[in-house]
Design a protein. Sequence first.
Length: 165
Amino acid sequence: MSIREKNIRSYFRKGIIVDTGPLILLLAGYYNYDTIGKNKLTEEFTKEDFDILFKFLSNFRGIIVTPHVLTEVSNLINTKVNKDDFIERIIEKLSSFKEVYIQKDEILAGEEVKKVGITDAGILLASEKRDNLILTKDFKFENLCISKGLPVIHFDKLREESWFG
């Protein structure tokens, strides 16, 4: 077992904070697996990406989101798919996720908000407080997490690695 694998496995019991990009893929797959990669919401993904993501996330005790991530997801859904149908079909899954709230004043007080914005700054603070692994598809955000010593994995690494079965 590699050091990287041991490190990631140590977070399985704690849950994982999922950023907007991977969360969109997960929810889209729950909504309609056959449309992944065929609409504006998921055009950058494949069905295999969903399979990889689903398999990886199934190792964790739970999926953790912030209100800011949910807002970004909602905004993307509003512009790219039939929102009413989408929400109705994924509401049960959304309800099963744990939500971590970080107060706006705390987010705005940090330097990170200027570098990565409110959503990602909130994720950083949530991870710092809870010691959760972060899953993202944003290289700039991943690099900031690494520089702060926070546990992070980029979605592209999941595509490259197959140890998490």
